[in-house]
Design a protein around this ligand. Structure first.
Ligand code: Z5A
Length: 215
């Protein structure tokens, strides 16, 4: 039987560079001869991508109440864990996930105001044994993140999605919430200052992941 792979999650507020860094990490792991699986939340399975469209683009055409929002994120995650993440880990792959359960605790817990313990219970039901080996928190000032997103939207001709349109206070609670989660689980979280050039952040992530791999 293959040795179990490692499970790395990237978290952080808007525009902190999660996708950029996840891609770079995958490339480096592959260049080092590792088998890698990149995935993202919400999404990553056909069911999850359908849920993503409902959550981000109001595809069902009605206001989504916040209780439904929590459960849709959890449903997408439950599917991703059973169909993609656990099989990949069991076959020895390095799984790099762009947002995971901590996003629900940060956005729906700290952001929307649900009890953190309630979010943790829902997450636990959704993820079962899929607990990340390490979670890299890309920490960035909220306004700096929004400046990056604005530039990206202008370049790609996109408009902000449903959650990006929330008030700055909401996003500030999310950022502060992430830092509280990192304090609560210091063994799993590594906080990085994301307000630095891409390659410097990438080097730090490489070192963190190298330690997990026992290089
Ligand atoms: N959400 C939730 O509420 N609850 C949950 O449980 C889950 C998610 C799982 C998913 O959006 C939304 O769902 C998200 C949280 C919520 N809501 N919002 N708002 P998404 O998947 O579409 O996007 P995201 O996860 O929020 O990613 P992002 O914020 O759009 O971006 P990012 O991945 O952190 O950053 P990026 O795409 O790599 O970079 C953004 C831009 O900055 C881009 O132009 C880069 O070239 C640039 N960039 C990146 N790094 C740097 C550095 N170091 N310097 C300068 N510029 C940089």
């Amino acid at each position: 039987m293959a040795e179990r792979g490692i499970f790395v999650t990237l978290e952080g507020p808007e525009g902190s560079g999660k996708t950029t860094q996840a891609r770079l990490l995958c490339d480096r792991l592959e260049a080092a001869g590792r088998e890698v699986l990149y995935t993202r939340e919400p999404g990553g399975t056909p069911t999850g991508e359908a849920i993503r469209n409902i959550l981000q683009h109001d595809e069902a055409g009605e206001d989504i109440c916040k209780e439904t929002e929590v459960l849709l994120f959890a449903a997408s995650r439950a599917q991703l864990v059973r169909h993609v993440i656990l099989p990949a880990l069991e076959s020895g792959k390095c799984v790099i996930c762009d947002r995971f359960a901590d996003s629900t605790t940060a956005y729906q817990g700290f952001g929307r105001g649900f009890s953190v313990e309630q979010m943790l219970a829902i997450n636990s039901f959704a993820i079962g044994p899929a607990i990340p080996d390490v979670t890299v928190l890309l920490d960035l000032d909220v306004s700096a993140g929004f400046t990056r997103l604005k530039e990206r939207h202008e370049k790609n001709g996109q408009s902000p999605d449903r959650i990006e349109r929330e008030a700055m206070e909401f996003h500030q609670r999310v950022r502060d919430g992430y830092l509280k989660l990192a304090e609560r689980w210091p063994d799993r979280f590594r906080i990085l200052n994301a307000d630095r050039p891409v390659d410097l952040v990438s080097e730090d992530i490489w070192e963190i992941v190298g330690n997990v791999l026992g290089r």
